[in-house]
Design a protein around this ligand. Sequence first.
Ligand code: SAM
Ligand code: SF4
Length: 328
Amino acid sequence: MIDPFGRSVSYLRVSVTDRCDLRCVYCMAEDMSFLPKSDVLSLEELERLCTAFVRKGVRRIRLTGGEPLVRRNIMTLIANIGELVKAGAMDELTLTTNGTQLSKYAEGLASAGIRRINVSLDTLDADKFAAVTRWGKLDQVLEGIMAAKQAGLAIKINTVALKGVNDGEYDRLVEWCGRHGFDLCLIETMPMGEVHSDRMEQYLPLSQIRESLSRNWTLTDSDYRTGGPARYVQVAQTGRRVGFITPMTHNFCESCNRVRITCTGTLYMCLGQDDAVDLRAPLRGSEGDEALGRAIDDAIAKKPKGHDFVIERGGVPAVGRHMSVTGG
Ligand code: SAM
Ligand code: SF4
């Protein structure tokens, strides 16, 4: 699949649920209303959709949410997509998770053929963790992360940079990740969805963090790429990488290789734009995948050139939907 700007689309992110067992302050409002079940694709429909994309040339799929591991019977979908990897039809299946259910599922993920996962963790301080997630338990997540390590999964920790919450903790996170053999990826907050807090107050440019890290760590620019927007440095002292995702200060759209699908089957061609195509109707409308295939082709032909996030719009989100709709 080649879009109008010559970019090859080979990466699909699938939000398997809009629900979550946490309510991170930058991601969701406390009183979120979730979708009725009938709007949400069944696991069989999600699998059909993923398979259709793989037939069109998608080589990597990342499951996300909401929290993917709170969806009932999610391991069935994971095992079935994992079979596509084992059969060589695609290169990789990965997962972004908040880690709360990892103690239970780490072994199963590894046997399904998942080799690496991203775990979101914004702080190593239990009180701050409870505050930023509104009710999460840090210990539960740390146990989950260690279970994943034990199961042999490579782990990348995703940390959203939040002024007044985790500024002051980045050295500790670099050290902790280094000690456990994890990569770390720092993310700027993006203005997505109403969360009833002022994002300008939370926003912290990563250039500042990089500068302060370089006082204590030897950072060397790395040309390592995962096909994603992160730019990496190598940390000499730990031998691990630290990535920076800076949508607000750096435009990463020129190399974008991805599209995102929500749990209702809406395809978003850009994280920062409202352009979307409904794939649920063609999916449910016929048993064959012809109409679905045509709808996918039409969507790729409309992939926008890039996003235009601006955080200073007087508190109005640049896009109205929450990150949990498309899963980041
Ligand atoms: N629940 C899973 C998790 O937390 O990893 C997967 C979904 S979550 C929406 C995916 C990623 O998006 C997380 O790393 C989260 O920190 C990040 N995220 C959510 N809202 C964001 C925002 N407004 N700006 C930047 N990152 C955000
Ligand atoms: Fe849930 Fe992930 Fe959003 Fe936090 S960032 S509320 S864990 S979906």
